[in-house]
Design a protein around this ligand. Structure first.
Ligand code: JFZ
Length: 431
């Protein structure tokens, strides 16, 4: 019988809940075709043809210190890199395959360099590991959801030995948990159809992972990937329950609660444009002020934001992403106090923006000008010790106007005569 250890869980989750903001990196051979990380599946590229990217791969600009610096400058506290994505190509020196970066022109263990760089910047180290593997000969064809034969009952996987694949997969997980020092996050991806939970020999897998990396934080995708939140949320944790729920390309409307209605840990992973892996023709990047607001939204709902970048084939994070990271970082330097260690405010969301909380501090994020003083719903005048702009520390008076005497449970912050807040920028007020 598995017994969920609440104390150990809370202990290992502490830094992660405080961090709130991390960088996701999708990078691999698929940066060369530059049409996203699903390219081999979507375009039904035969193995032999995909090999040409392996022959070609030579990321001459790969410098993970630059990535880690960009993440740190943006105010991110952790990073998660695709050690292996669905295409099966390993950015690490696996002894169980030849399909790895050390066998390409670059000849380097990219994961080894990455973990050193991330630690050097004082950030927490995460690795993504795909449960699917389109390269391995024993991974079932139906694992490829775009395979033309997937729904054809006549199609058999007779020649494929899934147990042999599981041995391979477990061996590789052992390698990444053994050869790269202390890992802070392990991001498995993903379960579907009948391939979930014990189909991955998940109990055995997690037992090994926890032995090698006792405090690593693990996502919930050994169990789910969208359909439900996983067994921890359901109140009957399996030995391979995830430590956090992993909503993808969405921010849960009300945060995420378990069956008992208690808030639980979650992390929205979100792309900056519309692809995870580098996509040369996708220039639909979300503007930086929007990304800042999405981060605030996650925190105000008790979650984390894992914001993705897809470096190109040379190893450079796209210019559009770099610009946005820098702009987010500028804001975070001034207003990070309203993000780190913060969570749900526990008061009504105001019309003009969002609220986060850290202890007794309420951080009002003001997105929109109000007419006259700023209402602080749920805050009584007599409860207020001080109101300050977070960015400058400048004091803001509580409104004494007779107009507001009708609102006993709502104080008003007096931002001055006809305050005009810069449009589209998140101004933060500490109450
Ligand atoms: C998965 C990956 O397939 C994708 O490439 C990326 O790495 C993302 C972060 O995670 O995305 C999924 C996973 C599951 C489903 C869809 C996308 N699903 O179950 O439909």
């Amino acid at each position: 019988m598995y017994k969920f250890d609440r104390e150990a869980y809370d202990r290992r989750m502490e830094w992660y809940r405080d961090a709130r903001f991390g960088m996701f990196i999708h990078w691999g051979l698929y940066a060369i075709p530059a049409r996203g990380e699903w390219v081999r599946s979507i375009e039904q590229i035969p193995k032999e043809d995909y090999m040409k990217y392996f022959e070609e791969f030579n990321p001459v600009d790969f410098d993970p210190r630059k990535w880690a610096k960009a993440a740190k400058e943006a105010g991110m506290k952790y990073m998660v890199l695709t050690a292996k994505h669905h295409d099966g190509f390993c950015l690490f020196d696996s002894q169980y395959t030849d399909f790895k970066s050390t066998n390409t022109k670059c000849g380097r263990d990219l994961v080894a360099e990455y973990v050193d760089a991330v630690r050097a910047e004082g950030l927490k180290v995460g690795l993504y590991f795909s449960l699917l593997d389109w390269f391995h000969d024993d991974f079932p064809h139906y694992g490829d959801r775009n395979h033309p034969m997937r729904n054809n009952p006549a199609y058999k996987n007779d020649d494929r030995d899934f147990d042999r694949y599981l041995t391979y997969m477990h061996n590789q997980v052992r390698e990444i948990c053994t050869n790269y020092g202390k890992l802070d996050v392990l991001w498995f991806d993903f379960s579907y159809d009948t391939l979930r939970g014990e189909a991955w020999k998940a109990t055995e897998l997690i037992k090994m992972v926890r032995k090698l990396q006792p405090d690593v934080i693990i996502d919930n995708r050994l169990e789910v990937s969208g359909e439900g939140y996983g067994s921890l949320a359901a109140g009957n944790p399996t030995p391979y329950h995830g430590d956090f729920v992993s909503p993808e390309q969405m921010i849960p409307p009300n945060g995420i609660q378990d069956v008992n209605g208690n808030d639980i840990a979650w992390e929205s992973c979100v792309t900056m444009n519309n692809h995870w892996g580098y996509c040369a023709n996708d220039h639909f990047f979300k503007p930086a002020p929007m990304l800042i607001k999405k981060l605030v939204e996650c925190v105000s709902k008790g979650g984390n934001l894992l914001l993705n970048v897809g470096p190109d084939a040379r190893g450079n994070i796209p210019e559009e992403s770099i610009e946005r990271l820098a702009e987010i970082g500028k804001w975070m330097k001034k207003n990070g106090e309203s993000i780190y260690g913060c969570g749900k405010a526990g008061i009504e969301k105001p019309d003009f923006g969002r609220v986060t909380r850290h202890g007794n501090h309420l951080y009002f994020h003001v997105y929109e000008n109000t007419v006259g003083p700023l209402p602080l719903p749920g805050v009584k005048k007599e409860e207020i010790q001080a109101i300050r702009y977070v960015a400058t520390g400048a004091e803001i008076p509580v409104s004494t106007s007779w107009v507001h005497s009708d609102y006993p449970t709502m104080a008003f912050a007096d931002l001055g005569e006809d305050p005009v807040l810069p449009d589209g920028v998140d101004t933060v007020i500490d109450v």
